[in-house]
Design a protein around this ligand. Structure first.
Ligand SMILES: [Zn+2]
Length: 409
């Protein structure tokens, strides 16, 4: 009985410790008073855990002068002294985040608050083999680890899908040099002796937004991932919903036309057959004679970034082309929003310019078809990290495992 009670007390303390560490990591600077207000934990309990985390070099404290002037215990000020703010320590152990894409791998070392210490990028122009992919990742790991000289808690790999996240296997991503069934976590663990975890890129990006980006304010949202294909990551009740093998959110392979063409996935009329860069370029070449002053009025193929940047610069032709793309995406999005009763979408894609034209188009299309539209406000917001979200998500994935006590530190 007493042993059980002891276990329970230890379990509660571990949970409180993880919660306090999470609040410090995601808020960057936070006072003990703020932690007490947000958690309802006693000041004494917080003080004990904070002291322990400082002793272990996980966090550090410093006086903050940024808020200037106002003196109240409510704000963390105590009788005129600036508040003592807590943040993740420079000496804390770090996470290695890796992103596997077509054409390149990116590797970062970051602390659990998402602060990046270093980054390396390996491009591959030609086809690579499974062994070459492994060599790239292992070389990048040791290069960046030796340079930063940080202790590494775990490696998070964010990869193009499909993946079996739970088994740590990259399955058979289309157009990925015939690389398939790669037991990537096992290989990396053998090569580095560091625990390694795998997640698909859209799910990783959703976690990046949840922990370090604008998704922090939402308990439920869909991360819409527009890269070579279209994927999604679901944050439900504050947690990532990964699915049975970690491959949830395949919105690009939901059918929007049951009498449409056959897709490589075996289904017919998949969204990706209608919303893709090749189709955008076909539309451009067919219609460009109408828009003679458009910057897209050239006899060549355009990239996604060129089209989205032109649309955000108010190029009418680009806006027309992008609107067609958004119309198709909205068919699939409406199904998701209706089924899950979600009111927030965060969009992630590569872009050089600021602007929210894609989000405005999606809101217009979705609002005209969604159920109960009179009673729901749909927010569609551009990702804080844009094209970098899947890479930062590799770190967020490991942080999330730490905050949920699936990795002990
Ligand atoms: Zn398909």
């Amino acid at each position: 009985m007493s042993e059980k009670l002891g276990n329970n007390i230890k379990g509660i303390k571990d949970k409180n410790r993880a919660l306090i560490l999470k609040l410090i990591a995601i808020n960057k600077n936070i006072s003990r008073v703020d932690i007490s207000r947000l958690t309802g934990l006693s000041k004494m309990g917080i003080s004990n855990i904070v002291s322990e985390l400082i002793r272990e070099n996980m966090i550090e404290e410093k006086e903050s002068y940024t808020n200037g002037g106002t003196v109240s215990e409510e704000n963390g000020y105590i009788f005129g002294r600036p508040p003592i703010m807590l943040s993740i320590s420079e000496k804390s152990p770090c996470i290695c985040g890796m992103l596997i894409k077509r054409g390149l791998c990116e590797v970062i070392i970051s602390d659990i608050s998402g602060k990046i210490y270093d980054k390396v990028v390996y491009k591959y122009e030609n086809e690579i083999t499974e062994k070459e992919l492994y060599d790239i990742l292992i070389n990048a790991f040791f290069q960046i680890k030796n340079k930063t000289n940080k202790d590494i808690i775990a490696i998070g790999i964010s990869s193009i899908g499909p993946v079996n996240s739970k088994a740590g296997i990259i399955l058979n991503p289309p157009f990925f040099y015939n690389i398939e069934n790669v037991e990537i976590t096992k290989m990396m663990e053998e090569g580095t002796s560091i625990p390694t975890f795998l997640i698909n890129d859209a799910n990783a990006a959703a976690l990046a937004e949840k922990l370090y980006g604008i998704g922090n304010n939402y308990n439920n949202f869909v991360y819409l991932h527009i890269m070579n294909g279209i994927g999604a990551g679901f944050i439900l009740e504050g947690q990532l919903y990964g699915g049975e093998i970690g491959q949830s959110g395949e919105i690009g392979h939901t059918s929007i036309n049951f009498s449409g063409p056959k897709c490589i996935c075996g289904n017919t009329g998949c969204l990706e057959l209608y919303a893709n860069i090749e189709r955008m370029n076909e539309n451009i070449s067919e219609l460009r004679h109408i828009y003679s002053s458009s910057i897209l009025n050239e006899d060549r193929k355009f990239t996604w970034i060129e089209i989205i940047d032109a649309a955000n610069s108010n190029d009418y032709f680009a806006i027309h082309i992008l609107d067609d793309f958004c119309k198709y995406i909205s068919y699939a999005l409406v199904d998701v929003l209706n089924m899950l009763d979600i009111s927030c979408i965060i969009t992630g894609y590569d872009s050089n310019l600021d602007g929210d034209i894609l989000e405005k188009m999606l809101i217009r299309h979705v609002s005209s078809s969604i159920l109960y539209s009179k009673y729901r406000n749909i927010d569609i917001i551009r990702s804080k990290f844009l094209g970098d979200a899947p890479l930062i998500g590799a770190v967020a994935f490991i942080s999330d495992l730490i905050f949920n006590l699936n990795i002990k530190i």
